[in-house]
Design a protein around this ligand. Structure first.
Ligand SMILES: [Zn+2]
Length: 233
């Protein structure tokens, strides 16, 4: 096997290792990451708090109305009970009563308003709870699949790294150093196929003498333009 072909095979393995490592980094980054879920929980908690506060206000308004009704009942009894005879006192009681009734009317309006706010807030909480449950379910499924993928990637990587070690052990240090050097400069691709007289790394046609040297396969021939090692398949 020519050195070019050996290096090409090494590169195939290295590219696979690079891709799998990149994916593994992404997977690890997303494992345990729960920003969307946390936000959904927070938003639900805020809505629930708002509902509790509205319910508290509703009870307060209702208590105020009950209190006014009790006061109005007392004033009514006094006014029509026949115990109070003084016209001035009666007129003052009348005034108090109409005052209470006006306030009760206002309180009833307030109660109706707050009740519809409570209802809307309850609906919102109900909808959000089911949304959060759905997000949580999706999140758990995603985490399980990421965890599975992490296991698979780690296993695949250790197999590939073993394979790489074996391939590299058959190559001499000088070739390997050249390979690593070009790989760093050329986005991980140090070896290019030579097809129809052209380097497939940079699409430049090679001079005839270089073509012949590359085809012989006895020495490493580099592309004069991109420096990649050429491999004739
Ligand atoms: Zn080239």
């Amino acid at each position: 096997m020519s050195k070019g072909k050996q290096l090409y095979e090494l590169q195939e393995v290295d590219l696979e290792i690079d891709a799998k490592r990149e994916r593994l980094t992404q997977v690890m980054g997303r494992l345990g990451e729960s920003e969307v879920l946390d936000e959904a929980h927070l938003s639900l908690a805020r809505d629930e708090e708002k509902l509790v506060e509205l319910q508290r206000i509703q009870r307060e308004v209702e208590r105020e109305v009950e209190d006014l009704q009790a006061k109005a009942a007392v004033a009514t009894d006094k006014l029509y009970g026949g115990t109070v005879k003084n016209p001035k006192e009666l007129s003052s009681l009348q005034e108090q009563l109409s005052n209470f009734r006006r306030k009760i009317g206002e309180g009833d309006d307030k109660t109706l308003d707050i009740m519809s706010e409570v209802e809307a807030a309850q609906k919102e909480v109900f909808v959000k709870r089911s949304e959060v449950a759905k997000i949580e379910e999706e999140w758990q499924a995603e985490q399980a699949s990421l965890s599975q993928e992490q296991t698979e990637l780690s296993a695949a990587l250790s197999t590939l790294e073993q394979k790489r070690k074996e391939l590299a052990s058959k190559l001499d240090t000088v070739s390997l150093e050249l390979y690593e050097d070009i790989r760093q400069k050329r986005q991980g691709r140090a070896v290019a196929k030579l097809e129809r007289g052209m380097c497939q790394g940079c699409r430049i046609a090679l001079p005839m003498s270089e073509l012949q040297r590359a085809r012989m396969g006895q020495e490493l021939v580099q592309c004069g333009s991109c420096e990649r090692v050429l491999y004739v398949s």
